[in-house]
Write a protein of this length. Structure first.
Length: 453
């Protein structure tokens, strides 16, 4: 199962594709000739009762590829006339050049939400085909897929931020997790734990510049903001980001944190030995106690993130992916039927998230972004043994319902890691203050990335 860990890290390692050049003349279905008007960008569903043809679908290799592979037979039961060629591809390495050249373009692609904005010129606007479903899709997922009024991805997962914690260690130290409602409460709990376990660093401090910036966006989403607004304008030097960095700097200054890269050997060791007991992260951290934490397996639990102020929002999104349909794909309209089945048909989403050969307990590292599929009363996966039998579905769906709306990720986001991500690490080294991080990063990102678009 180590391959799943590698897949998840690869999924997150977005490389900020530059905004695409003007779109090539599309040769896919249902577009009009002439200029690329708003109407010509809209994908139309195929007509007729028995659609036929072949589609090529790109996914990353790994466990999730196998999950999607297993749904094809169910799809063909509904659409026997559509043959699916499911191909494992290094999407980060291959997709951009494929779209630019227009050669051997697939009909559908699994893509990080962070990359959609930079490739929208090459993709179908799915507003028409998604219209029956938009009212029931998590707002944050719609927002990240919406560019200039068009929707350019079929939303896949929702990745709510949660507070994972070592219940066994905290109980032994007399720390009541139920009392943690705000980040100030989390600091108080960390101080209490450290008093009981001298030398511990209870709260995880991410040492990867990329993942640290991604986690920063999770915190910001809780506060209803992000690094850039819907028009791609930088909005980093704000009271919200100052509050977040102030919290992280307090953890550093008081010695309440463990600096480590996500689930590296050092991180795992500190999780196993009881030094690191609080992990504010996306739901996909649940993979760790299931597959990596052999000594503390069963000790971990999940709860809502603390709020930034009493009564505030208790979750934010961290990461995520969607399915895009390139305009030069030969049968993108048929590929839409595949994704419609996968995400919006009960047979499809149950096969993806429910127990199966690849994930016997179900796909527990995310929840569906389609709200009828994320019904707390109808769980797609059951209690998690590695979380002490906890009902993670209930925790995650409640948290997911709180996630505020978002904005499309700007094409320069990954490039900002060289400035914001690195400056955040320098703050955690004690070399910069929160104000210096915000001032320096804002100036560098504006000058070197935003103004050069």
């Amino acid at each position: 199962m180590q391959r799943h860990h590698l897949r998840r890290r690869a999924l997150l390692a977005t490389a900020g594709l530059a905004a695409a050049a003007p779109a090539l003349a599309a040769c896919g279905p249902d577009i009009t000739s002439g200029e690329d008007t708003d109407e010509s960008r809209l994908l139309k569903a195929p007509g007729g009762d028995r659609p036929e043809g072949e589609i090529t679908i790109w996914d990353r290799s790994g466990d999730l590829f196998e999950v999607f592979e297993g749904v094809i037979a169910d799809f063909n039961a509904a659409y026997p006339g559509i043959k699916v060629h499911h191909v494992a591809v290094d999407i980060d390495a291959k997709l951009q050049n494929t779209l630019i050249t227009g050669t051997d373009v697939p009909d559908g692609v699994f893509l990080d939400d962070a990359k959609i904005g930079g490739l929208a010129d090459y993709l179908w606007d799915l507003s028409d085909v998604l219209a029956p479903y938009v009212a029931d899709i998590a707002p944050q997922k719609l927002d990240v897929n919406t560019i200039d009024g068009g929707i350019f991805g079929v939303p896949f997962d929702l990745d709510p931020g949660l507070l994972f914690y070592n219940a066994t260690a905290l109980d032994a130290a007399g720390v009541d997790v139920a009392a943690i409602e705000t980040y100030e409460d989390l600091l108080a709990a960390a101080r209490a734990y450290q008093a009981a376990v001298p030398g511990s660093g209870p709260i995880h401090l991410e040492q990867s510049a990329f993942l640290g910036q991604l986690q920063l966006e999770m915190y910001a989403n809780q506060l209803g903001t992000s690094i850039a607004d819907a028009e791609g304008r930088l909005r980093l030097d704000t009271p919200e980001f100052a509050q977040i960095l102030g919290f992280l700097d307090t953890v550093r200054r008081e010695g309440l944190g463990t600096r480590a890269e996500y689930l590296t050997p050092t991180d795992i060791a500190e999780l196993e030995n009881g030094n690191q007991v609080f992990y504010p992260w996306a739901i996909w951290f649940s993979f760790a106690p299931q597959q990596l934490l052999t000594e503390t397996k069963g000790d971990w639990r999940a709860t809502a993130l603390p709020a930034w102020e009493a009564g505030g929002v208790r979750s934010g999104a961290m990461g995520g992916s969607s399915f895009v349909l390139p305009k030069d794909g030969a049968n993108a309209d048929l590929a839409w039927l595949f994704y419609e089945f996968l995400m919006f048909d009960p047979a499809g989403y149950t096969a993806v998230w429910g127990p199966g050969e690849i994930y016997p307990e179900g796909l527990t590292t995310s929840i569906p972004s389609y709200l009828p599929a994320s019904d707390p009363a109808e769980p797609l996966f059951g209690p998690i043994e590695a979380l002490g039998g906890q009902d993670l579905w209930a925790v995650a769906t409640e948290a997911g319902a709180e996630i505020p709306g978002g904005t499309p990720t700007p094409a320069w986001w990954a490039g900002a890691v060289d400035y914001l991500g690195n400056d955040l690490q320098r703050m955690l080294d004690g070399d910069l203050t929160p104000d210096e991080v915000l001032t320096q990063s804002t100036e560098a990102i504006q000058t070197n990335l935003v103004d050069r678009q």
